[in-house]
Design a protein around this ligand. Sequence first.
Ligand code: GLV
Ligand code: MG
Length: 346
Amino acid sequence: MKLPRNFFKPLAIGAPAPYRELPVRLERMIHFVPPHLEKMRAKVPDIAAQVDVVLGNLEDAIPMDAKEAARAGFIEMAKAVDFGATGLWTRINCLNSPWVLDDIVQIVSSVGAKLDVIMLPKVDGPWDIHYLDQLLAQLEAKHAIGKPILIHAILETAEGVKNVEAIAAASPRMHGMSLGPADLAASRAMKTTRVGGGHPDYQVLADPDGDKPRTGFQQDLWHYTVGKMVDACTANGIKPFYGPFGDFADLAACESQFRNAFLQGCVGAWTLHPTQIDIAKRVFSPDPGEVAFALRILEAMPDGAGAVMIDGKMQDDATWKQAKVIVDLARIVAAKDPQMGKAYGL
Ligand code: GLV
Ligand code: MG
């Protein structure tokens, strides 16, 4: 464990100082683009105007014979497009792959100044973060990159889940974490073939009641892991996300999975298909009714202390803090989205 006074020192001479606090950014959806496909790259300027984050995917789902093309395509789109306030991320190949070193070196040396976050798959422990952290500092110094490139870990191995707290605390370069339910299911030998979402056989059965048929209630397979990830992230001042939802035809189930994650503390999710963008926008922006109620709590308790009754419900310091989380988020959404700002009355 590093000495506290060394934790925030740059890891290379000439690298930018690490952030003490994460930049305030709206990241309701991380939209995945396969950058080896020219047809998809052509859509990026339009997509960038609709989403909070555009991510060029280099890892799984990119065929082996297209890995170099995906990297080159990402560099091309990063250079060509003005992303404005929209975040630009890439998901690099995993650390034990033959492509990852070139992914990091070529991308940072050519478009490092435009890149906000590198998503690192299959993180098993803090050692994976330390490796990328050091390498990024060297490259930032070499290429005179003025702001630190952040690291976002995918939580998708059993070992990673076991080490989630150490991963979250590994470096001031940590941006956050996403649950990767597909790889995690495989790593844990869970008996599913789905990418996220529920499973009809994962149920709690109602108690017997005479001869009546017993109802089974489907449970959320990901509840434990999301809860563990949210605690590790928020305790360390970084952001938790739900990852992919693979059934593009089942919009209701996607919305339900995103909403569970939002209510548990996640700030966003991945969108792999354009139909998921509106779902993420709707779910990860606070509800106008909730915002109105939260504003009433803040108004009724200007110093955040004591207790008041609003509509028959007790409010105290703790509900004041919950209200502040909702109103702070609503203000960030309103700044990006004037229509939502109007709905919030902000
Ligand atoms: C994402 O990468 C997943 O494995 O679910
Ligand atoms: Mg994965």
